[in-house]
Design a protein around this ligand. Structure first.
Ligand SMILES: O=C(O)CCC(=O)C(=O)O
Length: 306
């Protein structure tokens, strides 16, 4: 698999400058009463025996597991991506000056699911690539799945698959360049992408798991995710599609939570909550390992895909 410079959003995004001006005019109201659970699995479970249900009901904005993956292995993996030609070397000005806004290493259902055969073919290539990509480092995909399983109260955590046995991409590295931003949006395989022909659409709730490998600035700080205390419903859609969600949140008194991450930190959140990653301002690409997660309170399985 080679770097994929042709990333396009799964659905049209609002005009970026409108969103950014809106964020400046109506900064989020951070709500200390809507606090993430953490900082490790034991502490989360001692405060709440069923944290995924709490996430599904948006009673907490996120579960943040600090230092879930070794920071040294984050740096080592990035070196490997560069040496294998999966991402450009930021030190090589010729390639880093190319106008790439996001590179994926992995298979995105949102971007590729329109062509079912090509999607499963690509997912098989990702599975093959991941067999050796992490050799010599701790396997970050195992860290993500293992952490989720530890929080899942006995439910079986597995890569999403169809009844014919074909499985999806297990996880995806997303490398965000320059002033890349995710405007306020939600993700849901049924409610947003409407991929009813995929088995992952059986789940009621969708979460994301995000492991930070590198921020856009070193030593903390930098651009971080904001999760808003508002589950998507059709009523909120006009504010999302017009790029005016921040004004809407201000008018409605919607609280928010900023998720500040360092390399090695892992967080889970409910992707039906409106969320965003404001424009990157630092010089380094922001690099994460990401998954989507299908969860239903009364389903013994949890599906994971990218
Ligand atoms: O990179 C992140 O922290 C969140 C990305 C995001 O918005 C998403 O997965 O929907």
């Amino acid at each position: 698999m080679s770097a994929d410079p042709n990333w396009k959003p799964a659905s049209p995004e609002p005009e970026r400058d409108t969103s950014l001006a809106d964020l400046k005019a109506f900064p989020p109201r951070f709500d200390p009463a809507w606090a993430p659970a953490g900082p490790d699995v034991a502490a989360v479970l001692s405060g709440d025996p069923d944290p995924l249900r709490s996430l599904a009901e948006a009673r907490i904005p996120a579960i943040i597991l600090r230092g879930a993956y070794p920071a040294a292995d984050c740096a080592g993996l990035i070196g490997r991506f560069i040496s294998r030609g999966l991402m450009p070397d930021p030190a090589a000005t010729a390639s880093s000056a190319e106008p790439r806004r996001r590179i994926d290493i992995g298979t995105s259902l949102g971007n590729r699911g329109g062509d079912r055969e090509a999607f499963f073919q690509h997912a098989a290539e990702t599975q093959a690539l991941f067999k050796s990509l992490f050799d010599g480092f701790r396997n970050p995909v195992d860290t993500l799945y293992g952490s989720l399983a530890a929080l899942a109260g006995g439910k079986r955590v597995l890569t999403a698959r169809e009844p014919d046995g074909r499985s999806y991409g297990p996880a995806i590295f997303r490398i965000h360049y320059g002033d890349h931003a995710y405007a306020p949006h939600f993700d849901h395989v049924r409610l947003r992408e409407k991929r009813f022909t995929y088995a992952a659409s059986r789940f009621v709730n969708q979460f994301a798991g995000i492991l930070c490998l590198q921020n856009d600035t070193p030593n903390g700080g930098g651009t971080q995710t904001i999760v808003h205390h508002r589950l998507w419903t059709p009523e909120v859609e006009p504010a999302l599609s017009s790029g005016t969600f921040h004004a809407y949140a201000h008018a409605q008194g919607i609280g928010s939570c900023a998720v500040g991450l360092n390399p090695g930190d892992l967080y889970f959140f409910n992707t039906q909550c409106i969320h965003e990653v404001p424009a990157l301002l630092g010089k380094s690409p922001r690099i994460v390992l990401a998954v989507f997660i299908g969860y239903s309170p009364d389903d013994d399985e949890i599906f994971v895909w990218s």
